[in-house]
Design a protein around this ligand. Structure first.
Ligand code: GLA
Length: 386
């Protein structure tokens, strides 16, 4: 989407006015390793993608915000006095959530026209929602002159999703969308928000994303169930060894205190979180040292732990991963995002990518009846104006 196209689209929807139109973009993300660790105060290692959500904005004289999207037919005009009302399950709840956070922060909102266009596959676990929130937060802070740092806007976007949309997500997706940098992944400590941008130098390998095209369905309720299980594990362990988050435990600590968790399922959930957190640290060291093979092996262990201990995979993700690992040029493959559907991420030697797509795609179709989509990830920048 070019600046010119976005400007034409907003005018086509809302007519021409003499107000200046500004154009913004914020990306989706893929997480390389560190799954279900963010809300446990742990490490994650995501990167921003080159696809995401585009937004054209201009001030209007309507006393309302007019929303339109190039992806969905829904178009609406919401009076400034009614911005706090949620609208069914519509996508505008993401921008409305962000706007409500600005209002809570005592900012004055004025009439605006907003045209969105997204090219992140929807519901694929690549953070289309975080990219809508972040592009809105960044664009409005610029157009209305609010002074926030990018990390403040990340927090505002997460709150929008938690409090207005009602999904209890961690901070990883919004952080990656806001703070991503071309060619880098973000080693983020979700407890302190300290982060490091690590160059992703893959020496002849590429990041291949495979979309199960399975709708996540139950994902949100299962997501909240996992969060509750982790909180329960913290309570049990804290009876003898007070902690706030599971990620405070090293693996040695975990082995020492695991017996305090009476429920076998909850013990496995905690084991995943503690081991996954350790894997992120090791994976980042391996990448920095140029040991891509070891990075790939850690991705494999991550998936196996998410399948066996955290139980958030399912036939579609497991099939894509199993088929991917059969390809000679694959050095690591795992699910990415919340799970239950969505995408896998694999490291594949450049010469094997065609074979990967043909063979994994065909076998996946035969086993599940679904058509997978494949994307070669291009690591892009976080939120910005263009
Ligand atoms: C979703 C959430 C993130 C994170 C992942 C799992 O993407 O939005 O905050 O918890 O699941 O790692």
């Amino acid at each position: 989407m070019t600046n010119q196209q976005l400007k034409q689209e907003i005018v086509a929807r809302f007519g021409s006015e003499d107000e200046n139109i500004r154009c913004f973009f914020s990306p989706g993300r893929v997480n390389l390793i560190g799954e279900h660790t963010d809300y446990n105060g742990g490490y994650v290692f995501p990167c921003a993608l080159s696809f995401g959500t585009y937004l054209a904005v201009r001030k209007n004289k309507q006393n309302s915000i007019r929303f339109a999207s190039g992806n969905m037919p829904f178009i609406t005009s919401i009076p400034l006095s009614r911005l706090n009302e949620k609208i069914g399950k519509e996508w505008v709840n993401y921008p409305l959530g962000v706007i409500n956070e600005f209002i809570k922060d005592k900012h004055q909102i004025q009439g605006l026209d907003m045209y969105y266009f997204g090219n992140v596959p929807n519901g694929a676990g690549l953070s289309s929602s975080a990219s809508i929130e972040m592009v809105t937060a960044y664009a409005l802070s610029q157009v209305l002159g609010f002074s926030y740092s990018m990390i403040d806007l990340v927090k505002i976007s997460q709150k929008a999703e938690n409090l207005f949309v009602g999904v209890n997500c961690g901070i990883m997706d919004q952080f990656a969308s806001g703070m991503g940098k071309k060619g880098h992944a973000i080693m983020l400590d979700c407890n302190t928000l300290k982060y490091e941008l690590v160059p992703v130098k893959l020496r002849g390998y590429k990041i291949v994303i495979a979309n199960t095209n399975k709708r996540r369905g139950l994902a949100d309720s299962k997501y909240n169930e996992r969060r509750a299980e982790c909180e329960k594990a913290v309570e049990y362990i804290s009876t003898k060894h007070p902690i706030r988050f599971l990620a405070e435990l090293t693996y040695v600590d975990f082995e020492k205190y695991a017996h305090l968790i009476p429920d076998e399922t909850i013990r496995r959930r905690a084991k995943h979180v503690v081991s996954e957190n350790q894997r992120v640290l090791e994976a980042v060291e391996q990448l920095k040292a140029g040991n891509i093979m070891n990075f790939g092996l850690l991705m494999n262990s991550s998936h196996d732990s998410l399948r066996n201990d955290y139980e958030v995979t399912g036939i579609e993700l497991d099939t894509l991963v199993n088929e991917a690992r059969k390809i000679e040029g694959t050095i690591g493959s795992r699910m990415t995002g919340a799970g239950f559907g969505g995408c896998t991420v694999s490291l594949v030697a450049e010469d094997f990518i065609d074979e990967f797509i043909a063979s994994v795609g065909a076998n996946y179709k035969e086993i599940t009846g679904l058509q997978a989509d494949f994307y070669i990830a291009d690591i892009g920048n976080g939120a910005g104006e263009f």
